[in-house]
Design a protein around this ligand. Structure first.
Ligand SMILES: Nc1ncnc2c1ncn2[C@@H]1O[C@H](COP(=O)(O)OP(=O)(O)OP(=O)(O)O)[C@@H](O)[C@H]1O
Ligand SMILES: [Mg+2]
Length: 253
């Protein structure tokens, strides 16, 4: 069973921008999948269409075999989303943000409250539960978004740059948390610009450039196919092998 199956997905925005030009992607159940690509490549558009926030132009998407067009609500029940932009009410209390999200899934408050408390504690926000969300730092807000996305215990967690603006230590903690979740069977799809972390932690990767998937496979396969060791070819090269491959496949020259 595939957690996510995308076929020939296209998206042309009202502005005329062709954001996706025929994307196909398969994510097996229990995978840890990193979707990589430069700014504007189409990552958030794929996530937006998958989670029902953006309308597609054509193509099909199935989440655990459920078509997101014909059964959008059923598809949504299986997913948790940590979006790229912070989008909660800053005047709401941290605990309530998580508990109220559970309401959208029909989870009774008596179940939601202890679950939210545990998630927030596990994510290091135990002390902040009764404060307004606006009092959180940037990295804490990202973790609140993770807690909120997990309150319906989704089988499939999608995170759009969860570690953007998060310091080294916290970033490491977040990757550990996600790895542990993945070990319990939760399928993870994330986007990130931290290629070294993706190289270490993801099982499969896809590299997208200008609305087209230019490479995909296991991290080892992708590196083995393109890595030459001749890093000087890649402008801006700094470190890991995946970074070298990424630059080779996405740079203008
Ligand atoms: N609401 C919108 N209306 C018009 N064009 C849009 C809209 N959202 C995104 N785009 C365009 O679609 C393309 C893909 O954008 P998208 O946000 O999917 O990229 P991304 O890969 O997530 O980039 P980043 O790494 O910067 O987050 C870009 O050219 C962007 O300008
Ligand atoms: Mg994006």
């Amino acid at each position: 069973m595939q957690a996510l199956s995308i076929k020939d997905l296209t998206k042309t925005y009202a502005t005329g921008t062709k954001a996706l030009k025929g994307v196909s992607l398969e994510i097996p159940e229990s995978d840890f999948f990193a979707l990589l690509g430069p700014n504007g490549a189409g990552k958030t558009t794929i996530i937006g269409i998958t989670t029902g926030l953006v309308n597609k132009t054509s193509g099909t998407i199935e989440v655990f075999g459920v078509d997101t067009s014909t059964e959008p609500e059923k598809a949504k029940m299986q997913m948790g989303l940590v979006g790229q932009e912070v989008n909660f009410n800053p005047f709401e209390k941290v605990l309530n943000i998580v508990v109220n999200q559970a309401g959208y899934y029909g989870i009774p408050r008596a179940v939601a409250i202890p679950r939210a408390e545990k998630l927030l504690t596990d994510l290091g926000l135990g002390e902040k539960m009764d404060q307004n969300a606006m009092t959180l730092s940037g990295g804490m807000k990202r973790r609140l978004m993770i807690a909120r996305a997990l309150v319906n215990e989704p089988k499939f967690l999608i995170l759009d740059e969860p570690t953007a603006g998060v310091d080294v230590e916290l970033r490491r903690g977040m990757w550990e948390y996600l790895t542990a979740l993945n070990k319990k069977g939760v399928t993870i799809l994330l986007t990130t610009h931290y290629l070294e972390e993706a190289e270490q932690l993801a099982k499969h990767v896809a590299i997208i450039n200008k609305g087209e998937i230019v490479e995909s496979g296991t991290v080892e396969e992708v590196i083995a196919k393109h890595h030459t060791g001749d890093a000087k070819e890649s402008p801006g090269y700094r470190g890991g092998r995946l970074e070298e491959v990424f630059l080779k496949l996405t740079s203008e020259k």
